[in-house]
Design a protein around this ligand. Structure first.
Ligand code: ADP
Ligand code: MG
Length: 339
């Protein structure tokens, strides 16, 4: 008799959750991305004890139809793509259909949702190891998801959680990263004790940047825009008088998603050669809009890493934008940027 067995779906989901749900901030990221994909213009997040006790996210997005709701929790079930090729057409935040299945496999979940139009709203409750319960529900359009008992059934993961204040600061950075690239959306982050972030909708990236970093003045940021058909670079460079020893203020966004790429940090450093001191780092925020055909975002489950088809061309442009941004402060390039 053979020894190979197919794993039960609950085990498969729990294993997959290891990649998607590392800590409370990963849940916040996935749920916020879902809200944005649902076209929400307003998202509120409430977290207790750094998200270890509870995370609740409410949006005013499209909601989920009752007939779709059970499917939303099936691994690899998604409304966002239909074929592999769609990956290179769409710029949705999600596409793997993994997050809800993963989150529900390692936490208790309570979801209420109401789609637009006449369709009924629903309430869906699930606890790992038991059958989910779904019933009719009525309320305002949009979706609210409440997550509790995180990793209660994965003690090894629970042990890796840091203090509530550390977990909270990860959540706060996650919210800020996502909010930076979506200025037209109102975000709020609170704990049961206090309102922590309140970001009103803005009509520009610059407006959102100074909301996120109240310590910077708008005229400490130069903005450079390079438009080039299927690639455009919108760069913000912080005045060189605010250089830091770390790269805390260097952020790259691709099609409104925060990503990490080694060539980005190299491009920023080389843009500063001869213009700023060595061993210190500029504040730089780069927002790339790139034809999705020119990049593979399916490199890592959390999508924080991407593979560009033409990295040299892209980072040469990033470098040029940063150089122009620095020069704008010394007046070397009048008319460029907005110091
Ligand atoms: P993905 O985002 O990759 O599609 P998820 O597991 O995150 O996978 O979500 C599964 C599906 O559930 C989504 O494709 C979407 O149709 C639906 N969904 C999840 N969250 C929301 C939300 N806040 N509003 C509307 N629909 C949602
Ligand atoms: Mg998703």
């Amino acid at each position: 008799m053979g020894i190979i067995r197919e794993l039960p779906i609950s085990v498969v989901n729990k294993i997959a959750a290891g990649e998607v749900v590392e800590r409370p901030a990963s849940i916040v990221k996935e749920l916020l991305e879902n809200s944005l994909d649902a076209g929400a213009t307003k998202v509120s997040i409430i977290v207790s004890e750094g998200g270890i006790r509870e995370i609740s996210i409410s949006d005013n997005g499209s909601g989920i139809l009752p007939e779709d709701l059970p499917k939303a929790f099936i691994r690899h079930a998604t409304s966002k793509i239909r074929s592999y090729e769609d990956l290179f057409q769409t710029v949705s935040m999600g596409f793997r259909g993994e997050a809800l299945a993963a989150i529900a496999s390692v936490s208790s979940l309570d979801l209420t949702t109401k789609p637009e139009g006449d369709s009924a709203g629903s309430h869906y409750e699930s606890v790992p190891g038991s059958d989910p319960v779904m019933r009719d529900w009525d309320g305002p359009r949009g979706t609210t998801i409440r997550i509790s008992n995180l990793f209660k059934n994965v003690p090894v993961r629970q042990k890796f959680l840091k203090s509530p204040s550390t977990e909270f600061s990860h959540i706060q950075s996650t919210v800020l990263q996502i909010a930076l690239a979506h200025p037209e959306v109102t975000f709020s982050l609170a704990t049961p004790e206090r309102q922590v972030l309140s970001l009103p909708a803005r009509n520009s990236l610059a407006g959102r940047l100074v909301d996120v970093y109240p310590e910077f003045d708008r005229n400490e940021l130069s903005e450079i825009l390079i438009e080039g058909g299927e690639l455009s670079v919108n760069a913000f460079v912080l005045t060189p008088s605010r250089i830091r020893k770390d790269r805390q203020n260097q952020h790259l966004f691709l099609n409104r998603r925060w990503v990490r790429h080694p060539a980005f940090y190299q491009a920023v450093t080389s843009a500063g050669h001869g213009l700023i001191q060595r061993d210190v780092h500029l504040g730089v925020w780069i927002f790339l809009a790139l034809d999705p055909k020119k990049v593979d975002v399916n490199v890592h489950p959390t999508k924080k890493e991407v593979r560009f088809q033409e990295p040299d061309r892209i980072f040469a442009l990033v470098r040029r934008a940063v150089t122009e941004g620095i020069e704008a402060f010394s007046g070397a390039s009048p008319g460029r940027g907005t110091p």
